[in-house]
Structures are given as C-alpha cells and as structure tokens.
Design a protein. Structure first.
Length: 343
C-alpha cells in the first residue's frame, strides 16, 4: 500500500492549523501565548491538542506506542476523518459489510462517497473475497466491524486478515465490542499490517459513552494524517481528565464486563424459552439480536411499558429482529417480566 496514492491531493498539500500549544509544548511559568483568560483555573487553559498524557496511559493498557494512537470525539470522529482525508467526494468509494454500524454509511454520505455494500451470509459470517470483488480502482477503504453491530457476532479472524493482506487500500476493523468477546483484538498485529486501522471506544466496556472518547490505532504515518485533519482541540479538558482517572480503575471495568457477560447468558437462556421468540442469535457483544413473531408489535408494547429496545426489523437480514442491550440485573429482570406477560 502506498499511503501517498490513497491520500486526497488537498490533504497532501494541507498546511495544518498551528495552535499556540503546537508551537510551544514544553513546561513554562507564564503562558501569555494563547489569549486565554488568566482566571478560572484550570478550565481557562486550552487542552493538550495531542492528548499525550491520555495516550501514554492507553499505550500502557493496550501495549501500543502512543504515536500509533489517535483520540477522537467518539469513534465517529476517526470514521469521518478517514473519508475526509482519503476519499475524494464524488469520485472514490468505500466497501462495507451489510448490515453493520450505521455511522460508516452516514459519514460516507455526508462526504459524498459511494458506499458499496456486501451482504453478510445468512449466518452473519462474511467472505473476504466477496468484499474484495466489490472493490475497484477507486476504493480507498473497506469497513468491517467485529463483533458486528447489530448482528452481535465476531467475524472470522482469518477472513479479516485475508482482507487486510489482499487489499491495497485501508482496512478499518471496528472492535467497539471486543472486550465482551472471547476473541483477542487485532492490536498485537498492528505493525504487521500497515494498512490496518483498528477502532476502540470508551463508550461500551469502559462505561463512558457520555465523555465521547474514541480511539483509532494505526501506523504513525496514518495517525499523523488524522492529526492534520482533526479540529485542533478535539478532546476537551474534562474528557481528558475523566479518561485518565477512569483508566486507573481497569479492574472495575473488568468487573462490569463480567457482570454483563453473566447477565447476557441468563438473558439468552430465558428469552429462548418464550414461545414467540424464534431465534436468539449468538452474541459476542453486550447486546443480543432476537428474532420474534411480530417484532414491531412487541417493540411498541415494550415502549408502552417504558422499556426501550432497538427495532432492527427493517435492517438487511434482520427481519423481525429486536436488538436488546444487556442492562443491569434489575433492568433485565424487568424486561423479562414484561415479556412474559405476553405469553
Ligand atoms: C457503539 C459503537 C461505537 C462507539 O461509538 P462512539 O462514537 O465511540 O460512542 C463504535 N462502533 C460501533 C460498531 C458501535 O456499535
């Protein structure tokens, strides 16, 4: 893969905004360089544009060098930046599995980039060759998601690796739910695959959807491009501080994951017994996809009972399916109790 050939010409030529904090990044006694207000500490100061303290900590946890990490306002930011940096609007395209996370398509649409969707198999597995067959000379990036949303399953690792190896452009593997799965992340293999971008997030296993912090991992050449295109201060001070604190409590995160996995097992077993439930698909994530008679009717009934799940019945391969997030033991029990009343 030649990164230069993938990059849009305007991005190649771009001279990025240089902030006060870019031009001086050491330690000083008096800061009079950024037109900040001297009062209201510590929020008066602009945040570190490259969030090095946060990245150092992530680096230690994930065993990836800090210069291979990009932090975004949720995973949505790196997804958008990939299109803005690599895909010429109205010319280039991307290939993705279908069904999958909706943001890839939305970000592509906003950037006027054609989406070439390749339907998953009936068992929600995928074939690398089918995705490769959907590419052409203008395909800059392929998106896969494992475990996939909304189907909840891991994709075959050997197939993902075939995709990365055989494709000349970028391959994004979104591992937002990897902590809930028995499979290991692709991160240890990052250096082997120069065209690989792995996405992680603080929104799911880490329980921090509210602070909006997503991670992209890739070779430093790719991360430098992301940094050039992003807003200068894309991660605010509050988020950086909270993330630093949170990462000291990795054990708590693991306890949450274990509790969710235990609840997931219980939920699968009990929902399976309801006569109107046709299939509870195997899950490697913190949600389950359930096929049932009259999914739309049941969705409406649950909403009336003030329980909100996700109606996925109009999604490819998901006819009559609801997507149910695993909640607290109490929330899950309430859902089951309300569903049982239908029997
Ligand atoms: C929830 C989710 C994310 C996380 O998005 P954030 O913007 O980081 O909250 C990323 N990818 C997938 C597939 C998801 O389902």
């Amino acid at each position: 893969m030649e990164l230069d050939k993938l990059l849009r010409n305007n991005i190649k030529a771009l001279k990025p905004y240089s902030s006060a904090r870019d031009e001086f990044s050491g330690e000083a006694d008096v800061y009079l360089d950024a037109n900040e207000n001297p009062f209201n500490k510590p929020y008066n100061r602009y945040p570190d544009p490259l969030q090095w303290a946060v990245k150092e900590k992530i680096a230690a946890i994930k065993n990836v060098a800090p210069e291979k990490i990009f932090l975004g306002n949720g995973s949505d930011e790196p997804i958008d930046i990939i299109f803005r940096a690599f895909c010429e609007p109205g010319v280039d395209n991307m290939v993705s599995i279908d069904p999958t996370y909706g943001m890839y398509q939305v970000a592509a649409d906003i950037n006027n980039v054609e989406v070439r969707k390749v339907k998953l198999n009936e068992d929600f597995g995928f074939s690398a060759q089918k995705l490769l067959d959907a590419t052409n000379l203008y395909t800059k990036v392929i998106f896969v998601c494992s475990p996939n949303n909304p189907t909840a399953n891991l994709l075959d690792k050997a197939e993902i690796i075939k995709l990365i190896t055989d494709f000349d452009g970028l391959v994004v593997v979104d591992e937002a739910y990897i902590d809930f799965s028995p499979e290991s992340s692709l991160l240890p293999d990052l250096d082997q695959y120069k065209n690989l971008i792995v996405l992680h997030t603080f929104s799911k296993a880490w329980g921090m959807a509210g602070i909006r912090l997503g991670m992209a991992f890739a070779q430093p050449e790719i991360i430098r491009i992301f940094n050039k295109v992003k807003y200068p201060y894309n991660i605010n001070i509050l988020t950086q501080k909270k993330a630093l604190k949170l990462m000291d409590k990795i054990q708590e995160k693991e306890e949450w994951v274990n509790a969710i996995l235990e609840e997931r097992g219980k939920m699968v077993k009990k929902l399976f017994k309801l006569p109107f439930v046709q299939v509870v698909y195997p899950s490697d994530a913190n949600f389950i996809l359930v096929k049932m008679n009259d999914a739309r009717g049941i969705y409406a009934y649950l909403t009336e009972q003030k329980i909100i799940v996700r109606d996925r019945s109009k999604v490819t391969l998901c006819d009559d399916c609801l997507r149910i997030t695993i909640g607290s033991p109490k929330e899950n029990k309430k859902l089951r109790k309300v569903l049982k009343k239908l029997v």
